[in-house]
Write a protein of this length. Sequence first.
Length: 460
Amino acid sequence: MDVLIVGAGPTGLTLGIDLARRGVDALVVERAEGLFPGSRGKGLQPRTLEVFDDLGVLDAIRAAGGPYPTRMIWKDGERVGELPMFERIETDAGTPYAEPWMVAQWRTQEILYGRLLEWGGRVDFGREVTGLEQDAEGVTVRFADGRTARAGYVVAADGGRSVVRRAVGVGMTGETVDPAPFLVADVRLTGLGRDQWHTFPKDDGTALGLCPLAGTDDFQLQARLPEGTEPDLTLDGICKLVAAYTHLSAEDVTGLRWSSDFRPRAALADRFRMGRVFLAGDAAHVHSPAGGQGLNTSVQDAYNLGWKLGAVLRGGAPEALLDTYEEERRANAAAMVTLSTGVHRGEVRRGKATVQLGLGYRESSLSVETRTDPTGVRAGDRAPDSTVSGARLFDVFRGPHWTLLGARSPVTGVRTLPTAPESYGPGVFLIRPDGYVGWAGRTTEGLDAYGARTGAFAAG
């Protein structure tokens, strides 16, 4: 096979979809017997919604969730304040999705899994990776049941304790964000309305939150506990915790779907690529959940890597293109890890800084800006939405192809709009398959060389 993806979380499933639609022979393997059952990464940032639009799952994602409620603060059984969860960001022609959308992670994964199957992809559950060896032609992966698999490339999407990362000897550098233990759980309860995110802080810095999970009958419980506490993840322990922090009684908690504990940590892998092995998602970077960046950064990893693997394996692009995955994504992930820590510590507000719409690759070797005095959109920037001659750009972009704005393409396989939108500024723009401007110039001079380096014009 071409690619073996280890881990069927949001990272692995997103990558699986992107490779399947490019005709790449890929297999996702997952050590668990099924998809992740909890709500953990419930916040989908606007940039992720744009990715899901391209992958054809946005309608299902919108139907499965809802907007974030305001936060209600309680003290001694009384409501003492109400605050918005995010700074408000207005939508405009270039930004159709401006606010995070809440979907329980287990539901997001169900939707992605269903889309993968629609494309003919597959996930083998109950396949635990124990090690691997790579050579010049490929990677041999070993499983706990004694079987092996051979692939051209392997992608580690197997979480913060990644077996694959350790097998290739890549370390992680990081720090503890908060010394206190945290608990998260999906619960059923009575006695609270579902139109607000209820928070119950204590004077000692500990707190409990109960957030109604959009699209479900559950609440997500989050708790910061006293240092040295050993979290009790049982239903009885959750009941006692709710009774201790809120005006509800233990009997008001009527069910427990899933629970987990963790210590917030920020860490970044020293490398995102080792030969034919790539690290993505939590295997490459670990965040505090406070910023809502972890799952979203992971999806961006997969979206960046997918088109590059497709270009090399099916589009005739040089293998060196794959080096740009680490170049682009490691710097980006480092910024998001720092941002998440800042949100956790109250140094950064959720809003414009956290929606990921401003992230780009201007410093990347793949971003070629040939204009001497560019205005508006530049090479490396996210390509905003717009309407040109009655066509919506995001509709034109949708799919695994490149798009040329402002000139006619000399080859097939590249979609073309001969006029670029005024909002982009003057110029010609070649849009990458992941929705970023790869090349920009006053004319198409020099575009052929760029296309050869990236596989953009391979279809011609």
